[in-house]
Design a binder for this molecule. Structure first.
Ligand code: BES
Ligand code: ZN
Ligand code: ZN
Length: 503
């Protein structure tokens, strides 16, 4: 999607769809529409005086029948002006892109001055970044497997977006930087969404390892793909134990982004890469099992974040680690009751083969320590309990380091990929003590998200560490999000790029 700025009025902006934001009560933004009201014989004023209140979620699409330099006019309610936050602007852009896609408008434009307010505490550059991000995120849908013959399968997309306003001259470069950054970050997030959308017969561990290589090729990232032989040599028995039930053999990917001249120790990102989670011998119910193709979303996000950091030339060393397995039941699968010696040397009793994420992460987190990182951050669709606790609105955050948690929390507020902290009190450790080994891979009852994190904590040493449970947020339910279409969300990409960029 191209993006541009124009210091023009609505009346002389040629485009396909013009979107205008109108606040409730104050009707700020309506000024922009009044300019065009005459040409529409007072239709807009009628609308604003009557049915249209400017409430959040309200919108009106009008065909202009050749009277204006654009075919469609979209009026979007923003809610009360004193309650306005940046997420309202993201939602506005989402509504505009969605409307344009429905009526096959390729170019959209909107006046943005009434959306940029001082109390958003954002620079104009960061503001534009967020709008550009929302636009290209809203423009995404996964329709690779809908063939044209099959009717109107392919979805239409927007090709150009124009920001209209007058104060552009002075800050033109800053605006362009914001747009570029937004587009790059969103493209990486969309890459993560593609990987998570791919069905598990396509996105096998080997295929995902190749995708990591392709996504980071030619941009100063070293990608190392390890296979089963290496996992045996390293005694990564937790990864191997989960993988042993599947014909699709495991991989272990390490991505190293090393900007020239940066000497500081790296931030290590670890992502759960279960390309399909059937539960293994502790098999899941069949209803909804198809969704478990997205159980590699943490890994996909790690690939996308490393890609974005490299494209943006962020001056931070970063390492991505992705253990890739498929969790299947078979004659060779691990059993409840098995005991494995993990890469760290700790013994784990496997009581439930469906708690496989923490197993592969235990080896990956222990391996992360080899990089002497200044922080370890892992992302995983780890527990159904997290969906119960926080739904689809917040990432579950747990960790050992207050300043690291504060960074993530702040980045969450800025990007809208919000996190909510759960405690890691030592009392919770009781639940994962084992009778036969050092620890067991499931807790008792209650606090399932926390006991999973307590398990991971055993493998991070003394390094500052944060765990992000994205089980609820990595998937967008139908009709639930203002600018993300249903399916895998790519959550975590904007969050971590923002946190690392401002480290
Ligand atoms: N991948 C699942 C977690 C999950 C469940 C993500 C539902 C999204 C939606 C994970 O591997 C799992 O199965 N966890 C178990 C753990 C339990 C056996 C202790 C769970 O949450 O039920
Ligand atoms: Zn599982
Ligand atoms: Zn899983």
């Amino acid at each position: 999607m191209r993006a541009q700025f124009q210091a023009k009025s609505i009346l002389d902006t040629k485009t396909d769809l013009m979107a205008v934001a109108v606040f409730e009560e104050t009707k700020a933004g309506a000024r922009d529409i009044h300019q065009i009201d005459k040409k529409l014989n007072g239709a807009v004023r009628k609308l604003l005086e009557g049915a249209f209140k400017g409430k959040k979620g309200e919108s009106f699409l009008m065909y202009t029948a050749g009277r204006l330099p654009f075919h469609w006019l979209l009026v979007v309610g923003m809610g009360k002006e004193d309650k306005y936050q940046i997420k309202g602007a993201r939602g506005f852009v989402g509504a505009a892109v969605r409307a344009a896609r429905r009526c096959n408008a390729k170019k959209i434009a909107f006046p943005m001055e009434c959306l940029f307010k001082k109390d958003l505490s954002l620079t104009i550059e960061d503001f534009i970044q967020q709008l550009a991000e929302a636009a290209s995120l809203a423009n995404f849908s996964f329709d690779k497997y809908k063939s044209r013959q099959n009717g109107d399968g392919k979805t239409k997309t927007v090709e150009e977006i124009t920001f209209i306003g007058s104060a552009f001259k002075a800050s033109r470069q800053a605006l362009q930087r914001g747009v570029n950054r937004g587009r790059l970050v969103a493209e990486s997030a969309n890459l993560a969404r593609i990987l998570s959308n791919e069905p598990s017969n396509v996105m096998t561990p080997a295929a995902m390892a190749r995708a990591a290589l392709e996504a980071t090729r030619g941009m100063g990232v070293r990608c190392t793909i390890r296979d089963e032989r290496w996992l045996h040599q390293k005694k990564m028995n937790a990864v191997l134990a989960v993988a042993q039930g599947s014909e699709n053999r495991p991989r272990f990917v390490v991505l190293e982004y090393q900007p020239a001249g940066v000497k500081e120790s790296p931030i290590v990102l670890v992502g759960k890469g279960v390309t399909f989670d059937s539960g293994g011998i502790s098999i899941k119910p069949s209803e909804g099992m198809e969704k478990m193709k997205y159980d590699m979303s943490g890994g996909a996000v790690v690939i996308a974040v490393i890609q974005a950091l490299a494209k943006l030339k962020v001056r931070q060393r970063a390492v991505g680690i992705i253990p890739l397995v498929e969790n299947m039941p078979s004659g060779a699968a691990q059993r409840p009751g098995d005991v494995i010696r993990t890469y760290s040397g700790k013994y784990v009793e496997v009581l439930n083969t469906d708690a496989e994420g923490r197993l592969i992460l235990s080896d990956a987190l222990a391996y992360a320590q080899n990089f002497k990182p200044k922080a370890i951050i892992d992302l995983a669709t780890l527990t159904g309990a997290c969906v119960v606790a926080l739904g689809h609105e917040a990432i579950g955050m747990m960790g050992t380091d207050d300043s690291l948690k504060a960074r993530i929390k702040e980045a969450g507020e800025r990007t809208g990929e919000r996190v909510w902290e759960l405690p890691l009190w030592e009392e919770y450790f009781e639940a994962i003590k084992s009778e036969v080994a050092d620890i067991k891979n499931v807790g008792a009852r209650g606090a399932g998200t926390i006991t999973a994190a307590m398990f991971l904590k055993e493998f991070v040493g003394d390094y500052p560490w944060v765990h992000l449970d994205i089980a609820g947020t990595a998937w967008v339910e139908k009709n639930s999000h203002p600018y993300l279409n249903p399916g895998p969300s790519g959550v975590g990409v904007r969050l971590l790029v923002e946190a690392i960029r401002n480290w």
